[in-house]
Design a protein around this ligand. Structure first.
Ligand SMILES: Nc1ncnc2c1ncn2[C@@H]1O[C@H](COP(=O)(O)OP(=O)(O)OP(=O)(O)O)[C@@H](O)[C@H]1O
Ligand SMILES: [Mg+2]
Length: 273
């Protein structure tokens, strides 16, 4: 009498274990498939990066040629060209300039993951101040008050690239501060979140809808609200910012509300031991 339930229990347990083994096998199989897919995506990404690099690199030389001949036309035939002729040359020059900016952005973008520059420790406050110096004309023209928090820490990373991060975030904050903003303001600082240093660039500009939070980090994505504020822009800026931050082992995200403003947050890794 005593043996039967024990035997049944044993049988039950064996069946459970068998089911568990099947589940585990399925999970392992799914994991293997996921890993394979990830590897494929990574390889495709790499392929795309080197394609972008090659194409943008090769586009540089025809652009130099166009630019050179526009200059030659102006110099050698400037006095026989009518006013319209000069106007057309200006249009060509402007278009060439835009193309150059775009190509350089694409080249930078494709380089970030492939090329690592020297990492150093440096003052974040100094970096922000250096970047702001070059942006003074736009800041003044829009009457923006910029507030940099005191006692910003020393950070560790590729200084020039982190300068690019700060530059792109500040340029966006200025560009999208809103034409009708009565008291335009930008804040740069650092705060503690879950025991981690989080840097931020905050503006009280036009803001972004929640549904667009991911979209704006994708390449060539510009929101309609932004196009009304600034015609200039290719939509590569934040893609570069995200890549640089991730290349440094950090994360970037934002909180924002239309008409209230945006705060872009990012983390950086401390110096590796
Ligand atoms: N601070 C901000 N406030 C409101 N919208 C913003 C802000 N920063 C970015 N955006 C939105 O995100 C889009 C993508 O930004 P991103 O910097 O990548 O491109 P861009 O500024 O349009 O062009 P560029 O490549 O010259 O930087 C912008 O076009 C704009 O719609
Ligand atoms: Mg930008």
């Amino acid at each position: 009498m005593q043996k039967k339930p024990t035997y049944e229990k044993l049988e039950q347990r064996i069946q459970e274990l068998e089911r568990e083994a099947v589940r585990q096998k399925k999970a392992e199989e799914a994991l293997r498939k996921n890993k394979k897919m990830l590897a494929e995506v990574a390889a495709k990404n790499e392929e795309l990066d080197s394609f972008v690099y090659r194409v943008s690199h090769d586009l540089k030389s025809p652009i130099v040629t166009i630019d050179g001949f526009v200059g030659a036309l102006r110099e050698d035939f400037g006095d026989v060209l009518l006013e319209d002729g000069h106007k057309y040359l200006r249009y060509i020059s402007d278009a060439v300039r835009k193309m150059e900016l775009l190509i350089n952005d694409l080249l930078d973008l494709s380089r970030i993951k492939r090329v690592t520059r020297k990492k150093t420790g440096f003052s974040f406050a100094r970096l922000v101040k250096d970047v702001l110096k070059a942006l003074q004309p736009q800041i003044k023209a829009r009457g923006i008050v910029v507030n940099i928090q005191e006692n910003l820490p020393v950070v560790y990373g590729e200084r020039r690239r982190l300068g690019r991060v700060v530059d792109n975030l500040l340029t966006n904050a200025i560009k999208y501060i809103g034409k009708e903003n009565p008291s335009p303001r930008i804040d740069v600082g650092v705060e503690e979140q879950d025991g981690q240093k989080v840097f931020f660039v905050r503006d009280n500009g036009i803001g972004i809808e929640k549904r667009d939070f991911d979209k704006i980090f994708q390449v060539f994505q510009r929101l309609p609200s932004a196009k009304k504020q600034a015609r200039e822009g290719t939509g590569v800026g934040l893609t570069i910012v995200k890549r640089i931050i991730e290349h440094h082992g950090g994360k970037i995200w934002l909180i924002s509300e239309p008409k209230k403003g945006s705060t872009f947050y990012f983390t950086l890794k401390d110096k590796e031991a």
